[in-house]
Design a protein around this ligand. Sequence first.
Ligand SMILES: Cc1cc2nc3c(=O)[nH]c(=O)nc-3n(C[C@H](O)[C@H](O)[C@H](O)COP(=O)(O)O)c2cc1C
Length: 153
Amino acid sequence: MPKLNILVGTMYGGALDVAEQVKPLFEQAGYSVDIIEQPSLNDVTSHDGITLFCVSTTGSGDFPGSFVPFVRSLRDQSPSLTTLRYGLIALGDSSYGETFCGAGRALDALLDDHGATRLGERLEVDAMETFMADDAALPWVEEWIESQQLKVA
Ligand SMILES: Cc1cc2nc3c(=O)[nH]c(=O)nc-3n(C[C@H](O)[C@H](O)[C@H](O)COP(=O)(O)O)c2cc1C
């Protein structure tokens, strides 16, 4: 069974809740799914399946603390990520203005810089519009599995 990793960066649990809610959709599509709450670089360099990032933003466009070590080692070690295919769900709040979904956007740019391939568009969930992030994430993942032809079972 192919593996799919969901790498989470969260402060208050919203992004983790999204990961837990969408996990069954990938299982139904034929994947064995791991949710990784303290991701390390190894989770993307030694994994040849699909990766979904669920990352919220804190501070002024900053990464959640649990996600900082991942980003730091990506910047420091700068590995080639040309085999990484990923999707990205960014959680944020548009009342923060210019830093809206800053962490998700910065991650997307960083992954692109390292040669990774994003499948489809990034989802940006705005807490101003969507009270429960799952309400936006679940239909997005269903559509993502369909449009990217990710179904294996
Ligand atoms: C202290 C603090 C700072 C925040 N800064 C930003 C920000 O700069 N940009 C943004 O889009 N959202 C910002 N947010 C909103 C969160 O990203 C949003 O509420 C998100 O849904 C939280 O997800 P989580 O439950 O996974 O931590 C901030 C929230 C808090 C509490």
